[in-house]
Design a protein around this ligand. Structure first.
Ligand SMILES: Nc1ncnc2c1ncn2[C@@H]1O[C@H](COP(=O)(O)OS(=O)(=O)O)[C@@H](OP(=O)(O)O)[C@H]1O
Ligand SMILES: Nc1ncnc2c1ncn2[C@@H]1O[C@H](COP(=O)(O)OP(=O)(O)O)[C@@H](O)[C@H]1O
Length: 248
């Protein structure tokens, strides 16, 4: 019998040749060398390796000039019923009327297609937000004002999207509406089902919503009244205008 010790990323690994079979011992596990080769091959098939970035002669700058605007992502977060979709539509309409190109990525809608394989477990929500962040980044690169409206309840997931979009191109809009207001609206009857225990893990009821710590725009009630969707869209448009996104 022959054996050799090798370092394996900090873990010890012993390669043993006994009779006809060469095996690899990692910790308490024993693998045949053939099995190890298959694992390594699977890893390199599952993770993209040997890939190269392709440049194109028409780039973001050219697209932005054509559109006379700068690509960015307006990320609307808040409880179910806080008015995310309503604001997204109102904002999109207002931008359109000013001749600015936008596109709405709505959580509910994306769960009918791109994200139809995902549920509402924390890891599914994280993957949901990651995918939408990547898609939003592509839209911003295309030069559009991308409006993403998702509950996006976990701060770390929203922050990960922010990191994908440097240079202040990620504009987080927090619908800071009290749970009582959202629940009283209950446009889809989901709060009622969640209170009755018929939906588990509902945001704000038995799953957490982590409010942003430093968002760009916070929308809330004033003197107990919710601003109209048009007023709220106006606040976001003013922000985009001030920051120079509505021209090139
Ligand atoms: N468990 C649970 N928790 C929260 N919401 C639920 C749940 N189950 C279904 N729904 C409906 O799904 C919509 C939220 O989808 P999102 O993709 O925005 O959610 S998340 O960002 O991944 O948390 C949400 O839409 P909005 O009401 O527009 O927010 C709900 O209609
Ligand atoms: N600014 C607002 N003022 C009054 N009602 C609103 C406002 N925004 C939304 N609503 C109402 O609240 C309900 C939930 O709005 P919605 O946009 O679907 O929320 P979300 O997308 O966050 O679930 C709808 O019935 C909508 O008409």
């Amino acid at each position: 019998m022959r054996s050799t010790w090798e370092s394996n990323g900090g873990r010890d690994c012993v390669n043993v040749t006994s009779g006809l079979t060469e095996v690899v011992v990692i910790g308490v596990s024993v693998f045949t060398v053939e099995r190890c080769r298959r694992i390594i091959s699977d890893v390199s098939l599952n993770n993209s390796t040997n890939i190269f970035w392709q440049e194109c002669p028409v780039g973001k700058v050219e697209r932005q000039k054509l559109l006379n605007q700068k690509g960015c992502v307006v990320w609307i977060t808040g409880l179910s019923g806080s008015g995310k979709s309503t604001l997204a539509c109102s904002l999109s309409r207002e931008l359109h009327s000013r001749g600015k190109l936008s596109y709405v990525l709505d959580g509910d809608n994306l769960r009918h297609g791109l994200n139809m394989d995902l549920g509402f477990k924390p890891e599914d929500r994280t993957e949901n937000i990651r995918r939408v962040g990547e898609v939003a980044k592509l839209f911003a690169d295309a030069g559009l004002i991308c409006i993403a409206s998702l509950i996006s309840p976990y701060r770390k997931d929203r922050d990960a999207c922010r990191e994908m979009l440097p240079d202040a191109k990620f504009i987080e809009v927090f619908m800071n509406m009290p749970l009582e207001l959202c629940e009283s609206r209950d446009a889809k009857g989901l709060y009622k089902l969640a209170r009755a225990g018929k939906i588990k893990g509902f945001t704000g009821i038995d799953d957490p919503y982590e409010p942003p710590l430093n968002c760009e725009i916070k929308l809330q009630q004033q003197n107990g009244l919710c601003p109209t969707p048009v007023d709220m869209a106006g606040q976001v448009v003013s922000y985009l205008d001030d920051k120079g996104f509505l021209q090139y």
